[in-house]
Ligand binder design. Structure first.
Ligand code: VGL
Ligand code: ZN
Length: 238
């Protein structure tokens, strides 16, 4: 049986532990500054419920992204923006089905359902994004014969979108990545951010993955190897 003194002592210890935990959190919280940018990747109708390439639970990233965006003066969004018979669409290749992988001039290409066709409702950014300060929207994947998961470099590995130069011209040194999908456009963007020399964070709970053929685990392993920091939205100071 616990007597009253033991109960009081027990409470005291847990209260102290809570205080200490708060302190650690405050000291470790990451505070975005003017040299930081939030990259909001492909939060578009095609990747949301009802879309042609809907990412499971994709809509759940929207409130998280809206919340963390308040901590950033610099926000850049991306928009997947494909031609109508884009090379990444299964429908462009006779006899091929979505999620099959083919060899193209620039390497392996996963084939997708038609998605994010230029000017369509599916390609529009989610109307639920509430980030009025966003300063730039980078469109990508608009070259018919080359895909572009990354916000920085197309899948040929050499054609740039200009984003690295833009960010450097604005004094940005840290890149925070959120959006869809973790294992494709988010991961390729984060890996290219590292290659371009940026300190790079992926905000895990502000992303959701497609996960085809082990792609999600591979993406996290590749990002860890490249020095991408995996954080949660709660790690960011408001
Ligand atoms: C994406 C597959 C095809 C993405 C874009 O935004 O992650 N995935 N196109
Ligand atoms: Zn695409």
């Amino acid at each position: 049986m616990l007597d009253r003194r033991q109960i009081v002592r027990g409470l005291g210890i847990s209260a102290l532990a809570t205080l200490a935990a708060d302190k650690v959190w405050a000291a470790d919280a990451i505070k975005p500054d003017d040299a930081s940018v939030l990259l909001v990747i492909d939060v578009q109708n095609c990747f949301l419920p009802g879309g042609s390439l809907a990412v499971k639970d994709g809509e759940q990233v929207v409130p998280v992204i809206n919340r963390i965006a308040k901590a950033f003066t610099n926000v850049v969004m991306t928009q997947d923006w494909h031609t109508p018979a884009h090379i990444s669409f299964a429908s462009t290749h006779s006899g091929k089905r979505p999620f099959e992988v083919i060899d193209l001039a620039y390497g392996k290409q996963v084939l997708w359902p038609d998605h994010c066709v230029q000017g369509t409702d599916g390609a529009a950014l989610s109307k639920d994004l509430a980030i009025p300060q966003a300063e730039l929207v980078i469109r990508k994947g608009y070259h018919n014969d080359v895909d572009s998961y990354s916000a920085f470099t197309e899948a040929d590995g050499k054609t740039t979108t200009g984003l690295a130069a833009y960010l450097k011209a604005h004094g940005i040194t840290s890149v925070f990545v959120a959006g869809l999908a973790t294992d494709f456009c988010v991961a390729w963007t984060a890996l290219d951010a590292r290659k371009a020399g940026f300190t790079t964070f992926v905000v895990e709970d502000a992303c959701r993955g497609i996960d085809t053929q082990g792609s999600l685990a591979k993406a996290w392993a590749d990002m860890a190897e490249a020095g991408v920091k995996r954080i949660q939205s709660a790690d960011i100071a408001a």
